[in-house]
Design a protein around this ligand. Sequence first.
Ligand code: FES
Length: 150
Amino acid sequence: MDLKELDGILARYPEPESTIISILHEVQSVCHYLPEEALRQLASKTGVPVTRLYSIATFYHFFSLTPKGRHQVHVCLGTACHVKGSERVLTEIERELGAREGETTPDMRFSIGAVRCVGACSLAPVMVVDNQTYGKMTPKNAKEALKKYE
Ligand code: FES
């Protein structure tokens, strides 16, 4: 992330201390994770200690300190989805993309994760790609759904 991008983000937040989580969201949406250098620059420009930025980044599951793929694929392993076969969906996605849960594909296209209930149990088993929820997944249609992100 270059300084101009960070300055552009900070210009939208006149009170950075009270909006630091929103700022971190924006940094992550640009970089797909929170690079160390961006956190250091952010600390120096806002006066928020870098240790606090790291605390926030590690506390909230939606922040990542390691590079993530352009698309986030999450398979729900909550009870309703588990009962309906979400493990098989996850296994097929891992096989198709060549990365395991918690990993990012070598081409940085996808990161794969598991979640515990996204509140759409009636659609079980559920897969979420970025902000799009896919219900009634089978290993086959999960694989098909991911094709549109290629
Ligand atoms: S258990 Fe998967 S959406 Fe609720």
